[in-house]
Design a binder for this molecule. Structure first.
Ligand SMILES: [Zn+2]
Length: 310
């Protein structure tokens, strides 16, 4: 029988998600007795800019996201950076960040300005990327008192330049991409030595937009229950599973637990891979689409990324 394991990666993208969603997730994880890896966005929350764009973009996916955006994210978040000023997440959520670390979870850097990175990485100069990424690491260090050993790119958006900047930190691993197994990324003729541990499962904010799973929580639970085939990395969002979808997440975790799925951490998966370093594949990074998400994500395993989202 194949070993079925899940590493939970928690992306904290917004102010309200970090302030309210993180404490809720800490309760859920404590009740389950499991450890996760939290990635924090620490600069301005300009979610309103991204949400406004969804409202002005035509197409089915936009319609699906549009109909759910206010209930998923909350109306204040939908206005941050547009009609309401953008709150600085690190400065205002220190307690939530520290609480996650204190509870024994792994922590790392998600980014500084999530929307800016997700939308603009390809247009940013190397200096701008260094500044943004450096600001997030500096704020992390200020709040937690130790340097981050891991980071996860906002919106799974990475590039040759962002990997170069990331490589200058002594990280144990990064988790910037979708699909496949841990690998050393290649881009622009260079192979990077920072191990990449990809997210393998689709995210709930994607599967909620899948027409085949429109049957509510039962359909979602059935899907995630059968989706764990081997060792999986599952990304949850503090603003979604830590708020309106907390009960659904708890249900999914219950199902996995009763099926004997084991929980591991991302750093454990990284150490496991690095113990057999010569067997770690090198993979060229590219961009692909995954079902239920607008825009592109970065991947080292495009076939695996697409297969996981159908
Ligand atoms: Zn994110």
């Amino acid at each position: 029988m194949t070993l079925r394991r899940v590493a939970l990666k928690v992306d904290c993208d917004t102010f309200e998600g970090t302030r309210d969603g993180v404490p809720r997730l800490l309760e859920i994880f404590a009740a389950q007795g499991l450890r996760a890896t939290f990635y924090f966005t620490l600069g301005p929350d300009r979610s309103g800019v991204a949400i406004r764009r969804v409202f002005t973009r035509p197409g089915f996916l936009s319609k699906m996201i549009r109909s759910r955006a206010p209930s998923l994210y909350g109306w204040r978040t939908a206005l941050y950076g547009t009609l309401l000023p953008a709150p600085m997440i690190g400065a205002r959520c220190e307690e939530a960040v520290r609480a996650a670390a204190r509870a024994g979870h792994e922590t790392g850097v998600h980014g500084w300005d999530h929307v800016g990175w997700h939308d603009g990485l390809d247009d940013m100069s190397r200096e701008a990327i260094t500044r943004e990424y450096g600001a997030a690491h500096a704020e992390y260090l200020r709040i937690l008192g130790v340097p981050a050993r891991s980071s996860a790119a906002p919106g799974w958006t990475a590039s040759e330049r962002s990997l170069e900047v990331q490589e200058e930190r002594s990280l144990l691993h990064a988790s910037d991409t979708r699909g496949g197994e841990p690998f050393f990324p290649r881009a622009g003729g260079r192979t990077f030595r920072t191990l990449e541990v990809p997210t393998t499962l689709p995210t709930l904010d994607e599967t909620l937009a899948w027409p085949a799973l429109s049957g509510g929580d039962a359909a979602q639970r059935a899907y995630f229950r059968s989706a764990v085939r081997g060792t999986e990395v599952h990304t949850v969002h503090a603003e979604v599973e830590g708020r309106s979808k907390a009960a659904l997440l708890a249900g999914i975790l219950d199902d996995w637990k009763s099926d004997g799925v084991e929980f591991v951490t991302l750093s454990a998966l990284a150490r496991e891979a690095l113990a057999r370093r010569d067997r770690i594949p090198e993979r060229e990074i590219s961009r692909t689409r995954v079902s239920g998400r607008g825009g592109f994500v970065t991947t080292g395993w495009p076939e695996a990324a697409r297969a996981a989202s159908s």
